[in-house]
Design a protein around this ligand. Structure first.
Ligand SMILES: [Zn+2]
Length: 501
C-alpha cells in the first residue's frame, strides 16, 4: 500500500468583484460547494461518481493500491479576494492535518488555480510553498480547474499539475482519475520532465466553451499530443480574465519521459493555439438589442431562446442580482420568459412571509453594486422552496445543492427565480424546484457565461450573449488591469497591455 494524502482548497477569485469571501462561505454549503469536509467525511466523495476531482481520485485509489489519508477539503463560490486571515486559517487547517498524519508516499491536492487572497497574493503559490515545506521532496500532484491563472512558481513547486479539459466543467471526476494515474506513476519512480509556457493573449470567457470552436479543436489536438509515446500529460488552462495578476491568462504545460519531448509538446500546442488566435474575440449584444433579437427568434425557435447574462455570472464572482436585462425584458413585454438566478435573500424571505398564491410588492435585486437599481413591482408569489435539492444536470448530478429560501415570482408573463445563496444558473433543477419547466419557456435568461450549456444547451432554440453591467467585464481589453504582465494581448489579436507607470 502507498500512503497518499488528499486535500482540497478551492476558490476562483475575481479581483474586481465586491462580493466578499468570508470564512462561512468555505465552512458551510455555498452554491456548488458542500461546506468544509475533514477526515472521514472526505472519503464519502468516493461513494459515488461526483463531478469533483477528489471523487475521481478516491474511486481510482484501490486500483493503485493507495491508502488515502483524508486531510481537509473545502471551496466557496467565486467572489472577491479572500481576506488574509480567512486564507491563513484555511491553509492552517490543511497544514495542521498534513503534519498530524505524516509520513506520505505522495500527495494529491484538489485546487483551482485562480485563488487570490489579501493584497493580490496568489493563493496556490502559497499553498504549494507551505505544503512542500512540510512534506519535502515527495510527489505532489495537483488537479486544477481550467480557469486557473498559473504562475511559473506554481508549476515548479508541484511535481505535476493536471487541468480539466472541459468547459462547462464535466470532467472533474475524470481529472481526479488522471491525477491518480500520474501519482501512481511517480510513486513507483517514473521519470518526469515538465515544460510550461504562458500563452501571449487572453481568452474572453464566451470563447472558452470546449463544446465548440475555437476551443474544441485545441482540446482535441491536446488529446492527440497525449497519445504520443512518452508523453505523460498535457494541459491547457484557458485562464480567468477578471483577475488582476501578472500571470492572468492561458498557460500550457506538458509532462513527458524526456525533457525534449515535454518542450516539443508545448511548442506544438502553442503553435496550434496561435493559429486560432483571431477566433478568441467577443460577440455581445447590449440588452435592448438582445431582447429584441430573442423575442423575434422565439416566434419560430424549436426550444427556448437562451439569453446568457454573462457578466452577472455568480460563477465568475458577480453578485447575480443585476436587473438590467430584467428591466429590458419587462419593457419590451417578453412573454413566457423566465430569468434566474436572482440572488436576493431579503426578497425571498418576504415572499415566504407573504405566502404562496399571494401578491406582494417587492424590490428585487440591484442591491450589490453602485449604480445598480432594484426592480420594484407587485409580484404574484407562484411557488416557494427551502432551497435544498439534488442537482440533475451533467455538472452537479446527484449532489445536494443548497440555495437557501427560494421564490418563483411572476410579473406580467415574466417568471423570476430568486435564491438566498449565490449560484450560477447551470442546472435545470434550479428552475424545476419552483415549478418552472425550462423546456416549456420561450425565453430563458440565465446568469451564466458557459456552464449553462451543459444542461440547457440541448434544449436551446438559440443562444444570445448579453452585455449588461456587473462585476465581470467580458471583453478583457476593457478591464482596468494594473498588475498584468507587460506585452500580453488583451484578447485574440487584441490591443497589447502596457503596465501603468
Ligand atoms: Zn472554471
Amino acid at each position: 500500500m502507498f500512503r497518499v494524502g488528499l486535500g482540497g482548497l478551492i476558490h476562483e477569485t475575481n479581483t474586481f468583484a465586491k462580493t466578499p469571501a468570508v470564512l462561512d462561505n468555505f465552512l458551510k454549503p455555498d452554491g456548488f460547494y458542500p461546506g468544509l469536509r475533514s477526515s472521514e467525511e472526505i472519503l464519502r466523495f468516493g461513494d459515488g461518481r461526483f463531478n469533483i476531482a477528489a471523487s475521481g481520485f478516491l474511486s481510482a485509489a484501490p486500483a493503485h493500491n493507495f491508502q488515502v489519508v483524508p486531510l481537509i477539503w473545502c471551496g466557496a463560490e467565486p467572489s472577491a479576494p479572500i481576506a488574509k486571515d480567512v486564507f491563513d486559517h484555511l491553509l492552517g487547517l490543511l497544514i495542521d492535518s498534513l503534519k498530524a498524519n505524516m509520513p506520505y508516499d505522495g500527495l494529491f491536492l484538489d485546487l483551482h488555480g485562480a485563488m487570490v487572497y489579501g493584497n493580490l497574493q496568489d493563493g496556490e503559490i502559497e499553498i504549494l510553498r507551505q505544503v512542500r515545506q512540510v512534506v519535502g521532496e515527495i510527489p505532489i500532484v495537483v488537479s486544477l480547474d481550467l480557469h486557473g491563472n498559473i504562475a511559473p512558481e506554481c508549476f515548479t513547486q508541484a511535481t505535476a499539475l493536471i487541468g480539466y479539459r472541459t468547459y462547462p466543467h464535466v470532467d472533474g471526476f475524470e481529472n481526479g482519475e488522471r491525477c491518480a494515474d500520474m501519482l501512481a506513476y511517480l510513486i513507483k519512480g517514473g521519470q518526469i520532465f515538465g515544460s510550461f509556457r504562458q500563452v501571449p493573449f487572453l481568452m474572453p470567457s464566451t470563447t472558452q466553451a470546449t463544446t465548440r470552436e475555437p476551443a474544441q479543436g485545441i482540446y482535441n489536438f491536446l488529446e492527440e499530443l497525449e497519445r504520443v509515446p512518452g508523453v505523460l500529460s498535457v494541459t491547457m488552462m484557458e485562464g480567468f480574465p477578471p483577475c488582476d495578476q501578472p500571470h492572468t491568462g492561458p498557460s500550457i504545460f506538458a509532462y513527458a519521459e524526456t525533457s525534449l519531448l515535454a518542450q516539443g509538446t508545448v511548442d506544438w500546442l502553442l503553435e496550434f493555439i496561435l493559429s486560432r488566435e483571431s477566433q478568441f474575440s467577443t460577440d455581445l449584444y447590449p440588452c435592448e438589442q438582445a431582447v429584441k433579437k430573442a423575442i423575434h427568434l422565439a416566434t419560430h425557435a424549436s426550444g427556448p431562446v437562451l439569453m446568457a447574462d454573462i457578466q452577472d455570472n455568480a460563477g465568475g464572482g458577480s453578485p447575480s442580482d443585476s436587473t438590467w436585462l430584467l428591466y429590458e425584458l419587462a419593457r419590451q413585454r417578453a412573454r413566457n420568459t423566465a430569468i434566474g438566478l436572482l440572488f436576493d435573500p431579503d426578497a425571498a424571505l418576504k415572499a415566504h412571509q407573504s405566502g404562496k398564491g399571494t401578491e406582494v410588492e417587492l424590490s428585487v435585486g440591484g442591491h450589490s453594486l453602485p449604480g445598480h437599481h432594484p426592480f420594484t413591482s407587485r409580484f404574484k408569489v407562484e411557488a416557494l422552496h427551502e432551497g435544498t435539492f439534488i442537482g440533475t444536470g451533467p455538472m452537479v448530478k446527484g449532489r445536494q445543492l443548497d440555495l437557501g429560501k427560494m421564490a418563483h415570482l411572476v410579473v406580467d408573463d415574466i417568471h423570476l427565480v430568486v435564491s438566498s445563496v449565490r449560484m450560477q444558473a447551470l442546472d435545470q433543477s434550479q428552475f424545476r424546484v419552483v415549478g418552472i419547466e425550462p423546456a416549456s419557456m420561450s425565453i430563458l435568461a440565465l446568469k451564466s457565461a458557459n456552464h449553462y450549456r451543459a444542461d440547457f444547451g440541448p434544449i436551446a432554440g438559440g443562444i444570445i450573449n448579453v452585455e449588461a453591467p456587473s462585476a465581470i467585464i467580458e471583453d478583457p481589453s476593457k478591464i482596468p488591469y494594473t498588475q498584468l504582465r507587460e506585452g500580453v494581448r488583451l484578447k485574440g489579436l487584441g490591443p497589447v497591455f502596457h503596465r501603468p507607470n
